[in-house]
Design a protein around this ligand. Structure first.
Ligand code: MN
Length: 254
């Protein structure tokens, strides 16, 4: 099995190297990742600038491709230019910080997996709860075990999964749950400061809002220390609304 490993935290991020180690137990890994941190760039791509690619040492004699671009650029380049054969899996992560709730839409980690799915390649995004002692290897091994099972179940169908792992420094997870993406958003906050030249600037702060009682979502399950899996799709059409709207008699003559 050929596996593309990428991320949005950059090619030197420990989570990427941990995912590479874990995925190497499943097949031949090629690393193509941004040269600089790209968290929260979502599905942006580079159109107006050249994209340079560098051979980057991964520390154990192996090399990866460092891409001066976005996570989605990395996957496009990998699939169309850098990998001689199309991979059987795109694995993105391990991201520092869970990609649950509305963060799924901001996430460069998830976008890289979605980009793989655009090409019909099975893809998985992996993230771990932010902590000073994030156990990336533990999260990557959990991802490896789940990927193994998910690929077997998928049986060649296109699949796209978002996996989140709770903080493992507090002990093993409670189990694994298949849950929906929470619709909870970011508890918005801004800190207004002055720079040394007296000019105002803003810094975004805040956190994910906790889930409402009774909703079985990624945010809720992570709060209960479960590993979460959410099957994703990139069809943004509101199909239920389509049917209703066709009955609205919309026209251009009013
Ligand atoms: Mn990130």
């Amino acid at each position: 099995m050929r596996i593309l490993v990428t991320n949005d935290d950059g090619i030197m991020a420990p989570g990427l190297l941990a995912l590479r180690r874990a995925m190497a137990q499943l097949g031949d890994v090629t690393v193509v990742a941004p040269t600089t941190p790209q968290s929260a760039v979502a599905h942006s791509i580079t159109l107006m600038d050249p994209i340079r690619v560098h051979r980057v040492s991964l520390g154990d004699g192996a090399f990866g491709y460092g891409v001066e671009g976005r996570p989605a650029d990395c996957v496009k380049l990998a699939l169309l230019e850098l990998m001689p054969e199309r991979p059987d899996l795109v694995a993105s992560g391990v991201n520092l910080g869970v990609n649950a709730g509305i963060n799924v839409l901001y996430s460069g980690t998830v976008a890289a997996a979605v980009e793989g799915a655009f090409f019909g390649v099975p893809a998985v995004a992996v993230s771990i709860e932010d902590s000073d002692a994030a156990d990336f290897d533990g999260a990557a091994q959990i991802a490896r075990r789940l990927v193994d099972q998910l690929l077997a179940r998928a049986a060649g169908r296109p699949i796209l999964f978002n996996i989140n792992v709770p903080d493992l420094s507090q002990g093993p997870p409670a189990g694994v749950r298949v849950v929906t993406q929470s619709l909870k958003g970011w508890r918005e906050g801004w800190e207004k400061r002055s720079d040394p030249r007296g000019r105002t600037y803003y810094w975004m702060i805040g956190d994910l809002e906790p889930e409402d009682v009774g909703i079985d979502s990624d945010v809720a399950a992570l709060a209960d220390r479960y590993v979460t899996i959410t099957p994703l799709q990139f069809d943004l059409t509101d199909h239920a609304r389509m049917e209703e709207m066709r009955g609205w008699g919309l026209g251009l003559e009013r």
